[in-house]
Write a protein that binds this ligand. Structure first.
Ligand SMILES: Nc1ncnc2c1ncn2[C@@H]1O[C@H](COP(=O)(O)OP(=O)(O)OP(=O)(O)O)[C@@H](O)[C@H]1O
Ligand SMILES: [Mg+2]
Length: 331
Protein backbone atom coordinates (compact mmCIF):
# COMPACT_ATOMS: atom_id res chain seq x y z
CA UNK A 1 0.00 0.00 0.00
CA UNK A 2 1.40 3.37 -0.94
CA UNK A 3 1.00 6.50 1.10
CA UNK A 4 0.51 9.66 -0.98
CA UNK A 5 2.34 12.02 1.38
CA UNK A 6 5.46 9.91 1.28
CA UNK A 7 8.09 10.62 -1.33
CA UNK A 8 10.63 8.10 -0.05
CA UNK A 9 9.77 4.88 1.70
CA UNK A 10 11.35 1.55 2.55
CA UNK A 11 8.89 -0.92 4.05
CA UNK A 12 10.10 -4.12 5.74
CA UNK A 13 13.08 -4.22 3.38
CA UNK A 14 15.64 -6.97 3.78
CA UNK A 15 18.61 -7.57 1.51
CA UNK A 16 20.53 -10.81 1.63
CA UNK A 17 23.54 -11.57 -0.51
CA UNK A 18 25.29 -14.90 -0.50
CA UNK A 19 23.71 -15.79 2.85
CA UNK A 20 24.92 -12.51 4.44
CA UNK A 21 22.14 -10.24 5.69
CA UNK A 22 23.03 -6.71 4.57
CA UNK A 23 19.73 -5.02 5.45
CA UNK A 24 17.31 -6.49 7.96
CA UNK A 25 13.67 -5.41 8.09
CA UNK A 26 14.34 -1.75 7.32
CA UNK A 27 11.50 0.76 7.71
CA UNK A 28 11.81 4.48 7.16
CA UNK A 29 10.19 7.25 5.13
CA UNK A 30 10.25 10.93 4.24
CA UNK A 31 7.19 12.99 3.42
CA UNK A 32 6.95 15.24 0.39
CA UNK A 33 9.19 18.30 0.77
CA UNK A 34 11.27 16.91 3.62
CA UNK A 35 14.98 16.29 3.98
CA UNK A 36 15.87 12.81 5.21
CA UNK A 37 19.34 11.74 6.31
CA UNK A 38 20.54 8.15 6.32
CA UNK A 39 23.36 8.19 8.87
CA UNK A 40 25.71 5.41 9.93
CA UNK A 41 29.28 4.17 10.12
CA UNK A 42 31.15 2.31 7.41
CA UNK A 43 29.40 -0.88 6.31
CA UNK A 44 26.14 0.06 8.05
CA UNK A 45 24.15 -0.38 4.82
CA UNK A 46 23.63 3.23 3.70
CA UNK A 47 24.70 2.79 0.07
CA UNK A 48 22.70 -0.44 -0.11
CA UNK A 49 19.60 1.57 0.89
CA UNK A 50 20.31 4.00 -1.97
CA UNK A 51 20.81 1.09 -4.38
CA UNK A 52 17.46 -0.32 -3.29
CA UNK A 53 15.81 3.10 -3.76
CA UNK A 54 17.28 3.48 -7.24
CA UNK A 55 16.30 -0.09 -8.23
CA UNK A 56 19.90 -1.20 -8.69
CA UNK A 57 19.23 -3.96 -6.16
CA UNK A 58 16.01 -5.88 -5.74
CA UNK A 59 15.44 -6.52 -2.04
CA UNK A 60 14.95 -10.08 -0.85
CA UNK A 61 11.83 -8.86 0.94
CA UNK A 62 9.87 -5.65 1.32
CA UNK A 63 8.45 -2.72 -0.64
CA UNK A 64 10.10 0.44 -1.96
CA UNK A 65 8.34 3.67 -2.96
CA UNK A 66 9.58 6.88 -4.56
CA UNK A 67 7.23 9.81 -5.19
CA UNK A 68 4.26 7.46 -4.90
CA UNK A 69 5.60 4.90 -7.38
CA UNK A 70 6.37 1.33 -6.50
CA UNK A 71 10.04 1.20 -7.48
CA UNK A 72 10.02 -2.57 -7.90
CA UNK A 73 7.07 -2.52 -10.30
CA UNK A 74 7.43 0.84 -12.05
CA UNK A 75 11.16 1.13 -12.55
CA UNK A 76 10.75 3.07 -15.82
CA UNK A 77 9.32 6.04 -13.85
CA UNK A 78 12.61 6.59 -12.02
CA UNK A 79 14.23 8.61 -14.80
CA UNK A 80 11.48 11.21 -14.51
CA UNK A 81 11.20 11.48 -10.73
CA UNK A 82 14.72 10.87 -9.51
CA UNK A 83 17.87 12.98 -9.32
CA UNK A 84 21.08 11.36 -8.12
CA UNK A 85 24.33 12.93 -6.90
CA UNK A 86 27.15 10.40 -6.51
CA UNK A 87 30.14 10.72 -4.19
CA UNK A 88 32.54 13.41 -5.42
CA UNK A 89 35.15 10.96 -6.68
CA UNK A 90 32.49 9.33 -8.86
CA UNK A 91 31.16 12.58 -10.32
CA UNK A 92 31.24 12.28 -14.09
CA UNK A 93 31.38 16.03 -14.85
CA UNK A 94 33.64 16.99 -17.74
CA UNK A 95 36.73 18.75 -16.36
CA UNK A 96 37.12 21.10 -19.33
CA UNK A 97 33.44 22.07 -19.40
CA UNK A 98 32.03 24.88 -17.29
CA UNK A 99 29.18 24.37 -14.81
CA UNK A 100 26.68 25.55 -17.43
CA UNK A 101 28.11 23.40 -20.21
CA UNK A 102 28.10 20.34 -17.94
CA UNK A 103 24.49 21.06 -17.03
CA UNK A 104 23.69 21.41 -20.73
CA UNK A 105 25.41 18.11 -21.54
CA UNK A 106 23.53 16.17 -18.86
CA UNK A 107 20.24 17.96 -19.59
CA UNK A 108 20.50 16.81 -23.22
CA UNK A 109 20.42 13.21 -21.97
CA UNK A 110 16.88 13.92 -20.80
CA UNK A 111 16.02 15.46 -24.19
CA UNK A 112 15.40 18.82 -22.56
CA UNK A 113 15.37 21.91 -24.82
CA UNK A 114 18.47 24.12 -24.62
CA UNK A 115 16.67 27.18 -23.26
CA UNK A 116 14.98 25.14 -20.54
CA UNK A 117 18.31 23.65 -19.46
CA UNK A 118 19.92 27.09 -19.34
CA UNK A 119 17.20 28.69 -17.24
CA UNK A 120 16.99 25.69 -14.90
CA UNK A 121 20.80 25.48 -14.48
CA UNK A 122 21.08 29.24 -13.91
CA UNK A 123 18.31 29.14 -11.29
CA UNK A 124 19.84 26.17 -9.44
CA UNK A 125 23.41 27.51 -9.64
CA UNK A 126 22.22 30.86 -8.26
CA UNK A 127 20.58 29.15 -5.28
CA UNK A 128 23.86 27.24 -4.90
CA UNK A 129 25.78 30.50 -4.58
CA UNK A 130 27.19 30.88 -8.12
CA UNK A 131 26.33 34.53 -8.32
CA UNK A 132 27.92 35.64 -11.56
CA UNK A 133 27.83 34.15 -15.01
CA UNK A 134 31.62 34.28 -14.90
CA UNK A 135 31.83 31.56 -12.20
CA UNK A 136 29.19 29.53 -14.02
CA UNK A 137 31.47 29.61 -17.09
CA UNK A 138 34.70 28.60 -15.34
CA UNK A 139 36.04 25.14 -16.30
CA UNK A 140 35.03 22.46 -13.76
CA UNK A 141 38.68 21.50 -13.14
CA UNK A 142 39.47 25.03 -11.92
CA UNK A 143 36.75 24.99 -9.26
CA UNK A 144 37.33 24.33 -5.54
CA UNK A 145 36.14 21.08 -3.88
CA UNK A 146 33.04 22.77 -2.50
CA UNK A 147 32.21 24.39 -5.86
CA UNK A 148 32.64 21.06 -7.69
CA UNK A 149 30.26 19.48 -5.21
CA UNK A 150 27.70 22.20 -5.93
CA UNK A 151 28.02 21.70 -9.71
CA UNK A 152 27.36 17.97 -9.21
CA UNK A 153 24.24 18.87 -7.20
CA UNK A 154 23.10 21.13 -10.08
CA UNK A 155 23.58 18.25 -12.54
CA UNK A 156 21.50 15.99 -10.27
CA UNK A 157 18.68 18.54 -10.35
CA UNK A 158 18.72 19.33 -14.08
CA UNK A 159 15.70 17.13 -14.90
CA UNK A 160 13.59 18.84 -12.19
CA UNK A 161 13.22 15.63 -10.14
CA UNK A 162 10.74 15.19 -7.30
CA UNK A 163 13.33 13.38 -5.21
CA UNK A 164 17.07 14.06 -5.00
CA UNK A 165 19.36 11.39 -3.51
CA UNK A 166 22.90 12.33 -2.52
CA UNK A 167 25.55 9.79 -1.54
CA UNK A 168 27.86 11.37 1.05
CA UNK A 169 27.65 14.98 -0.20
CA UNK A 170 29.74 16.26 2.72
CA UNK A 171 32.38 13.55 3.06
CA UNK A 172 35.92 14.78 2.47
CA UNK A 173 35.02 18.46 2.87
CA UNK A 174 36.34 20.71 5.66
CA UNK A 175 33.95 21.44 8.52
CA UNK A 176 32.91 24.89 7.21
CA UNK A 177 32.30 23.52 3.69
CA UNK A 178 30.21 20.65 5.09
CA UNK A 179 27.97 23.20 6.77
CA UNK A 180 27.92 25.30 3.59
CA UNK A 181 26.80 22.35 1.41
CA UNK A 182 24.11 21.39 3.95
CA UNK A 183 22.84 24.97 4.04
CA UNK A 184 22.67 25.06 0.24
CA UNK A 185 20.73 21.79 0.23
CA UNK A 186 18.30 23.30 2.74
CA UNK A 187 17.86 26.33 0.41
CA UNK A 188 17.23 24.10 -2.61
CA UNK A 189 14.71 22.11 -0.60
CA UNK A 190 12.85 25.27 0.43
CA UNK A 191 12.99 27.11 -2.89
CA UNK A 192 12.37 24.19 -5.27
CA UNK A 193 10.26 22.00 -2.96
CA UNK A 194 12.36 18.96 -3.84
CA UNK A 195 12.41 16.06 -1.37
CA UNK A 196 16.00 15.25 -0.46
CA UNK A 197 17.77 12.19 0.93
CA UNK A 198 21.32 12.65 2.19
CA UNK A 199 23.63 9.76 3.06
CA UNK A 200 26.18 10.71 5.69
CA UNK A 201 28.70 9.50 8.26
CA UNK A 202 28.25 12.61 10.39
CA UNK A 203 25.72 13.10 13.13
CA UNK A 204 25.97 16.87 12.52
CA UNK A 205 23.95 16.30 9.32
CA UNK A 206 20.92 15.53 11.51
CA UNK A 207 20.48 19.20 12.47
CA UNK A 208 19.82 20.15 8.84
CA UNK A 209 17.20 17.45 8.30
CA UNK A 210 13.52 16.94 9.05
CA UNK A 211 13.91 13.23 9.58
CA UNK A 212 16.81 10.90 10.22
CA UNK A 213 17.39 7.20 10.14
CA UNK A 214 20.46 5.81 11.87
CA UNK A 215 21.66 2.43 10.65
CA UNK A 216 23.98 0.06 12.43
CA UNK A 217 25.08 -3.23 10.90
CA UNK A 218 22.09 -3.39 8.58
CA UNK A 219 19.44 -2.46 11.13
CA UNK A 220 17.56 0.72 11.96
CA UNK A 221 18.48 1.87 15.45
CA UNK A 222 16.91 5.33 15.34
CA UNK A 223 14.21 6.76 13.11
CA UNK A 224 12.48 10.06 13.77
CA UNK A 225 12.59 13.83 13.73
CA UNK A 226 15.69 15.40 15.31
CA UNK A 227 13.68 18.24 16.84
CA UNK A 228 11.43 15.70 18.57
CA UNK A 229 14.45 13.93 20.08
CA UNK A 230 15.77 17.24 21.43
CA UNK A 231 12.54 17.67 23.37
CA UNK A 232 13.81 14.87 25.63
CA UNK A 233 16.47 17.26 26.90
CA UNK A 234 15.73 19.63 29.77
CA UNK A 235 14.53 23.07 28.61
CA UNK A 236 14.08 21.69 25.06
CA UNK A 237 17.84 21.55 24.69
CA UNK A 238 18.71 25.13 25.57
CA UNK A 239 22.16 24.92 27.07
CA UNK A 240 25.19 27.00 28.02
CA UNK A 241 28.63 26.73 26.48
CA UNK A 242 31.26 27.57 29.07
CA UNK A 243 34.95 28.00 28.36
CA UNK A 244 37.38 27.76 31.26
CA UNK A 245 41.03 28.76 31.46
CA UNK A 246 41.93 25.32 32.70
CA UNK A 247 39.68 22.36 33.34
CA UNK A 248 40.71 19.15 35.10
CA UNK A 249 38.73 15.90 35.27
CA UNK A 250 38.35 16.56 39.00
CA UNK A 251 36.79 19.94 38.32
CA UNK A 252 34.41 18.40 35.80
CA UNK A 253 33.22 16.00 38.49
CA UNK A 254 32.62 18.95 40.83
CA UNK A 255 30.71 20.84 38.15
CA UNK A 256 28.49 17.82 37.54
CA UNK A 257 27.41 18.00 41.18
CA UNK A 258 26.28 21.62 40.99
CA UNK A 259 22.56 21.53 41.71
CA UNK A 260 21.07 23.49 38.79
CA UNK A 261 23.06 21.31 36.36
CA UNK A 262 21.50 18.22 34.85
CA UNK A 263 24.07 17.12 32.24
CA UNK A 264 27.46 18.25 31.02
CA UNK A 265 29.30 17.42 27.81
CA UNK A 266 32.91 18.13 27.03
CA UNK A 267 33.02 19.91 23.67
CA UNK A 268 36.66 20.71 23.11
CA UNK A 269 39.61 22.09 24.99
CA UNK A 270 38.56 23.40 28.42
CA UNK A 271 35.02 23.85 27.14
CA UNK A 272 31.81 22.33 28.45
CA UNK A 273 28.24 22.37 27.28
CA UNK A 274 26.07 22.58 30.36
CA UNK A 275 22.41 21.53 30.43
CA UNK A 276 20.61 23.13 33.38
CA UNK A 277 17.77 21.28 35.07
CA UNK A 278 14.22 21.87 33.96
CA UNK A 279 12.75 24.94 35.60
CA UNK A 280 16.12 25.91 37.06
CA UNK A 281 17.39 27.78 34.08
CA UNK A 282 19.10 30.51 35.98
CA UNK A 283 22.32 31.67 34.44
CA UNK A 284 23.18 33.95 37.37
CA UNK A 285 22.98 31.08 39.86
CA UNK A 286 25.11 28.89 37.62
CA UNK A 287 27.85 31.52 37.38
CA UNK A 288 27.77 32.03 41.16
CA UNK A 289 28.21 28.29 41.76
CA UNK A 290 31.14 28.15 39.33
CA UNK A 291 32.86 31.05 41.11
CA UNK A 292 32.29 29.31 44.43
CA UNK A 293 34.30 26.37 43.11
CA UNK A 294 37.03 28.81 42.01
CA UNK A 295 36.24 28.00 38.41
CA UNK A 296 36.16 31.32 36.72
CA UNK A 297 34.37 30.98 33.37
CA UNK A 298 36.20 32.84 30.61
CA UNK A 299 33.39 32.75 28.11
CA UNK A 300 29.75 31.89 28.54
CA UNK A 301 27.31 31.59 25.67
CA UNK A 302 23.72 30.39 25.56
CA UNK A 303 23.43 27.79 22.82
CA UNK A 304 20.95 25.26 21.40
CA UNK A 305 21.68 21.55 21.74
CA UNK A 306 22.47 19.61 18.58
CA UNK A 307 21.28 16.12 17.75
CA UNK A 308 24.89 14.95 18.22
CA UNK A 309 24.76 16.29 21.83
CA UNK A 310 21.58 14.32 22.45
CA UNK A 311 23.11 11.23 20.91
CA UNK A 312 26.23 11.52 23.07
CA UNK A 313 24.15 11.90 26.21
CA UNK A 314 22.11 8.83 25.32
CA UNK A 315 25.29 6.95 24.53
CA UNK A 316 26.75 7.93 27.90
CA UNK A 317 23.68 6.44 29.55
CA UNK A 318 22.21 9.79 30.63
CA UNK A 319 18.76 8.42 29.85
CA UNK A 320 19.42 5.04 31.44
CA UNK A 321 18.47 1.95 29.55
CA UNK A 322 18.43 3.36 26.03
CA UNK A 323 22.20 3.03 25.89
CA UNK A 324 22.34 -0.42 24.26
CA UNK A 325 20.66 0.51 21.00
CA UNK A 326 23.09 3.38 20.51
CA UNK A 327 26.09 1.12 20.72
CA UNK A 328 27.66 2.66 17.64
CA UNK A 329 31.09 4.02 17.02
CA UNK A 330 31.05 6.56 14.19
CA UNK A 331 34.63 7.79 14.50
N1 LIG B 1 27.44 -6.88 -3.51
C1 LIG B 1 27.69 -7.22 -2.23
N2 LIG B 1 27.91 -8.51 -1.89
C2 LIG B 1 28.16 -8.84 -0.61
N3 LIG B 1 28.23 -7.95 0.41
C3 LIG B 1 28.02 -6.65 0.12
C4 LIG B 1 27.74 -6.22 -1.21
N4 LIG B 1 27.56 -4.86 -1.18
C5 LIG B 1 27.75 -4.49 0.10
N5 LIG B 1 28.02 -5.55 0.89
C6 LIG B 1 28.26 -5.52 2.34
O1 LIG B 1 27.11 -4.95 2.95
C7 LIG B 1 27.46 -4.11 4.04
C8 LIG B 1 26.88 -2.73 3.83
O2 LIG B 1 27.49 -2.09 2.71
P1 LIG B 1 27.15 -0.60 2.26
O3 LIG B 1 28.01 -0.29 1.07
O4 LIG B 1 25.71 -0.46 2.12
O5 LIG B 1 27.64 0.21 3.54
P2 LIG B 1 27.77 1.80 3.77
O6 LIG B 1 26.97 2.10 4.97
O7 LIG B 1 27.42 2.52 2.52
O8 LIG B 1 29.31 1.96 4.11
P3 LIG B 1 30.36 3.14 3.70
O9 LIG B 1 30.10 4.22 4.68
O10 LIG B 1 31.68 2.48 3.94
O11 LIG B 1 30.11 3.54 2.28
C9 LIG B 1 28.98 -4.13 4.10
O12 LIG B 1 29.36 -5.05 5.10
C10 LIG B 1 29.40 -4.61 2.73
O13 LIG B 1 30.60 -5.32 2.80
MG1 LIG C 1 28.50 3.82 1.19
Amino acid sequence: MKNDDRDIELKNVSVKMRKATILEDINFYANHGEILAIIGGSGAGKTTCLRVLTAQIKPTEGEVYLAGYNVLKEKEKLEEILGYVPQLEEVSAYPEFSALKNAYFFGKMYDLPKEQIKSRATQVLQILGFETEETMKKPFRELSGGEKKRVSICIGLINNPKVLLLDEPTTGLDAHLRIEVLNYLRNLNKRLGVTICIVSHDLETADFCDRIVILDRGKVVVFGQPKEFLKNLPNDGRSVRVKFKYLTVENQKKIKKIKPIKYILSIGRNTLKIFPREGKYNLGQLIEELYRLDLEPQELTEIEATFADYFRLVYQGAFGKKKDIFDIDFE
